[in-house]
Design a protein around this ligand. Structure first.
Ligand code: B12
Ligand code: SF4
Length: 448
């Protein structure tokens, strides 16, 4: 940068005007209540502040600091959605609500980030949902987990359906986070009760059985159906095009409503297929009334129109979701699709296991697997399956029932069905020691 006073840079009128100004005073310290007021003014329905050093945000810290290295505090933002729209059996009505309020969250967060910047603090507003940093896909692509921040800021608690429930607005909220370099005085006010009333309507309403009564979540079930028109559902659709012999074959593979749904999602905004867990949730002071006073009306007016919908449900062959929809919702049309969560590295393979694990295939038996993968993608891991439970641990731990030895690249090809495991064994590229039948059992727990 030019430093001499005679340089053209120093003679530039904008530089001279800036230097003539009196130095700005250091920014004043902010309090949580001032920042909350700024957030409400920006358009939030509720907001609260939490320090980046909060112990529950330890996992979030590195990702947040990557986006704003000076980050010190987080402002959690809640914007409410209109319940009747989210509950409509016509899902275009619900999707419009998600899109509009989602945009509102981003605009609110941006206004707050600008307001904090005007007070002298670097501040950013990562997206409510999209765009995300997709180069990391299928591993974490979002900058900050708004759910974790909202819970740490005491704006709500995680419901059985694994979305945050606000004590007043219930599940009818979308969340945002403003990350700021400001150190903000004041602690979050603790929430004294859990807004989830434990009714389990979310469990009953989900078409693919993604929500377990104990609050565990079948990630791939929700992702493969609800997100059919998003990231990898779109990839699967493109693969159908690539594999089709001609237009008639493509028409057989992709029914016309699915084709135009994909067009709509690409040209407008991507549309969710369900979100019934949110729609049926009666929690929250402003929402709970009808459920407490006339439970049957809530079931008839809200739950049954959704569970009774004759709709296409997207599932992977052999998944728990396939079994669930056939058993619980025989009037819905099952459409078998390819799994969308494909690992792109040998290490990523182990990360993806918990997301695609199918409890059903893992019930009633147990085994320990050692994976010794070599080459540039070398990784060693132990996978334990025990009567419906999954554990993945780094390194080769304990005595295995089956030991798998291959190069990372070969194993990735087998896992993504690019290479036949039988041929890989015959050619010596895959070495399996122990009870070989356990390999097929393993594959059944992770259908792709
Ligand atoms: C990833 C994601 C998803 C995933 C996983 C959902 C989930 N339960 O976490 C999928 C694609 C399935 C999904 C679905 C939906 N989502 Co979503 N989603 C997100 C996102 C980007 C991050 C979620 C997160 O914080 N995960 C981390 C941890 C804290 O969550 P967790 O529940 O403990 O972890 C589970 C999963 O995340 C997953 N997981 C854990 N680690 C990893 C790592 C990787 C790499 C991946 C891929 C997954 C994963 O497994 C865990 C256990 O099952 C946020 C936006 C954001 N930037 O925060 C929106 C967000 C959570 N989604 C939201 C909504 C509204 C939905 C849908 C209703 C969309 C719709 N209209 O249908 C459904 C509801 C499904 C459900 N019952 O949760 C809202 C929730 C609002 C609220 N009240 O809490 C958010 C906060 C968006 C927003 N800004 O408002 N979503
Ligand atoms: S639907 Fe019922 S059980 Fe599920 S999150 Fe809402 S209140 Fe909790």
């Amino acid at each position: 940068m030019p430093q001499e006073s005679t340089s053209p840079f120093n003679e530039h009128p904008a530089v001279q005007a800036l230097r003539a100004r009196t130095a700005a005073p250091p920014p004043s310290r902010l309090t949580a209540s001032t920042v909350r007021a700024l957030a409400l003014e920006a358009g939030a329905d509720d907001a609260a502040v939490v320090s980046l050093d909060h112990p529950d945000l330890a996992e979030e810290r590195p990702y947040i600091l990557r986006a704003l290295p000076q980050a010190r505090s987080l402002v959690a933002i809640v914007v409410r959605t209109h319940p009747h729209n989210i509950q409509s059996p016509q899902r275009s009505v619900a999707n419009l609500e998600f899109h509009q309020v989602g945009a509102d969250v981003d605009q609110t967060a941006q206004r707050l980030a600008v307001a904090l910047a005007e007070k002298g603090y670097r501040s950013i507003n990562p997206a409510m949902a999209f765009p995300m940093d997709m180069e990391g896909f299928p591993e974490r692509t979002w900058v900050v987990s708004h759910k974790r921040v909202a819970v740490a800021a005491q704006l709500g608690r995680m419901g059985i359906h694994r979305s945050v429930i606000h004590p007043r607005f219930g599940s009818f909220v979308l969340l945002g986070t403003v990350v700021t370099a400001a150190q903000i005085d004041g602690e979050p006010v603790p929430l004294t009760f859990d807004p989830c009333v434990g009714c389990k309507l979310c469990v009953a309403a989900c078409p693919v059985g993604a929500i377990e009564p104990d609050g565990s979540f079948r990630f791939s079930a929700c992702y493969d159906h609800n997100y059919r028109d998003f990231m990898t559902g779109f990839g699967d659709f493109v693969e159908d095009i690539a594999e089709s012999r001609d237009r008639h074959d493509l028409r057989d593979r992709v029914p016309q409503p699915e084709m135009v749904s994909m067009w709509q999602s690409l040209s407008n905004k991507p549309n969710y297929k369900a979100a019934y867990c949110i729609a049926v949730c009666p929690a929250g002071e402003d929402v709970l009334g009808p459920f407490v006073e006339q439970r049957a009306t809530h079931l008839n007016d809200v739950v049954k129109p959704l569970t009774g919908r004759e709709e296409t449900v997207f599932v992977v062959a052999g998944s728990d979701a396939e079994t669930h929809v056939k058993k619980r919702f025989p009037h819905k049309r099952v459409r078998v699709v390819r799994s969308s969560l494909r690992p792109t590295s040998a290490k990523g393979f182990f990360g993806s296991l918990s997301l695609i694990f199918q409890r059903g295939a893992a019930l009633g038996w147990k085994a320990t697997y050692h994976f010794d993968l070599t080459g540039p993608e070398a990784v060693q891991a132990t996978v334990r399956i025990n009567d419906g439970a999954l554990e993945v641990e780094a390194g080769l731990v304990g005595e295995p029932d089956l030991r798998v030895h291959a190069s990372g690249a070969v194993w990735l090809d087998i896992a993504t069905q690019k290479r036949n495991p039988v041929v890989a064994v015959l050619t010596g590229r895959l070495k399996v020691r122990g009870r070989r039948a356990l390999l097929a059992r393993f594959a059944a727990c992770f259908p792709r």
